[in-house]
Each structure stands twice: as C-alpha cells, then as structure tokens.
Design a binder for this molecule. Sequence first.
Ligand SMILES: N[C@@H](CCC(=O)N[C@@H](CS)C(=O)NCC(=O)O)C(=O)O
Length: 272
Amino acid sequence: MPSYTLHYFKLRGRAEVCRMLFAAAGVSFNDRRIDYSEWNNYRSKMPCNMMPMLEIDNRYEIPQSMAICRYLAREFGFHGRNNIDMARVDYIMDCFYEIMEDYMRMYQDSNGRMMFDRISDMRSMYHQKFENMGGVMSSSRMNQGMFSGMQSSMSSMSSMSSGMDSSMSSGFGNYSFNEDSMCERRQRFRNTCQRILPFMEKTLEMRQSGNRFFMGDYLTVCDMMCFCVLENPLREELSLLNSYPKLRALRDRVASHSKISNYIRQRTMTDF
Ligand SMILES: N[C@@H](CCC(=O)N[C@@H](CS)C(=O)NCC(=O)O)C(=O)O
C-alpha cells in the first residue's frame, strides 16, 4: 500500500470527501492539517498554490480536490464499474462540486482568499451585535430561511464594516465586505441549489427507485459528496432538503455505513 499524505487546513471544506474515502476504504493516511500561520510559507510548496493536495509515496503530488477524489475512488473501488458508470459518477460529483464551489465563494474575501479563520468571529459578532435586532444569524431565524435571513445579514454585515466601533473592527482585521457582491454570491448559491438539487433527486431515482445509492446497489464517491457538500448548507437551512426526500435518506444511509459512521463519530468537528 502506498503512503499517503493529504495536505489541507484544519477544516472539513474541500478535503472532507477525500478523508471520507480513506475512512470508507479503511486505509490510513497522514492527515496533514496546516495552521493559517503556516500558510504563507506553505503556499509556494503546493503545486497550484492551493490545497487540498495529495502526496503519494513522497513522489507524486496531486492538486485539485476532485482529481484527488477520483484517483482515490478508482484505487479503493468507489468509482463506477465501467466507463459509462464512471461518467455518471463524474457528472454527479461535478454537480455537487458546483454547490460546494458556490458555497465556499460566499466566504471568500475580495481577493478570492478563503476567510475560514474569520467565519467564527463573524458569526459571534453577529450574535453579540444583532441579536436584539432580529437575530440575523440565530438558529430560529436561519431555520425560517437561510436565503432571506442571509440577505439581511449581509446588509447588516456591510454596515458593520463601515460603521464599526474599534472593538468590532479588530475582529475583522483588514477584510472588507461589499454588500452587493455578498448578496450576489448568496443568490448565486441559491440558484445553483435550485438548479442542481431537483436534478440530483431525479438522478438518484433512476436506479433502484432512489432507495439505495446513486449507482444502485453500491456506495461510490458521489454518495459521499452528497453527504459532505450539503453538511454546512443544511446546518444553515434545516429545510434545504425538504423537497428532496431521497437525497435526505441517502445522506442518512451514507452516515450509517459502518466505517463512515465510525469516522464521523471520531473526527474533529470544525465550523467549516
Ligand atoms: N479548485 C480547487 C480549489 C482549491 C481552493 O480554493 N482551496 C482553498 C481552500 S478551500 C485554498 O487553498 N485557499 C488558499 C488561499 O486562498 O490562499 C480545488 O477544488 O481543490
């Protein structure tokens, strides 16, 4: 068995499906989680100046989360079993990737850098400052509708950044928020979900009436994508899958897979 090192931040983010593939296969790997403080020196060592990156036998370096997932899925038997089924797995993965990409974009700064390290600051500041104004980030409000809730939260965030008192501005560092672009990103994410999720529900129903996995009777990487990609959006909007009962049940099925359920129980849970 080759030696594997997966390089990523101390987050689930774009690396979680890769980690889940290792767990489902029962293959050990070095889960190299780098701290933001290391990132400036680390970036130039990454082939695309981004992570995740998978290193194999200290010899091969594979950047790009989906390339890594596909490689691991083929190695561990979680891909399609013939060329046409592989194409089906690939397009389902790409559909979920679109959702993941648009979700992540909502938390990038104006230079395209992820603001992972700021998200919890932003959330707690919302709670402190805006709870009395309707609790824009409170769970009750979020449950009524992420999209409407987040639109108003973005407006509040923008006015916060322009009219912050000194204690607040320290929490945001040098990041600046543009209300329009944040609302646009939220809207784009919403449109992507509305376009992709009904299609995924129908695609799932094409095999075994949607009561097993995307490929029918066997688990593949695209089922794991469905679980991982929707984790955070579902925390923000509990009703996100209300119209997609097959997808909701699929996620439960993935989570109850013996090795995956162990992994989920033991993993370090992070905000992202
Ligand atoms: N298309 C790439 C995107 C990778 C990406 O955006 N990675 C982010 C973390 S999720 C990153 O490394 N950001 C570093 C930075 O912004 O400086 C993939 O899917 O792997």
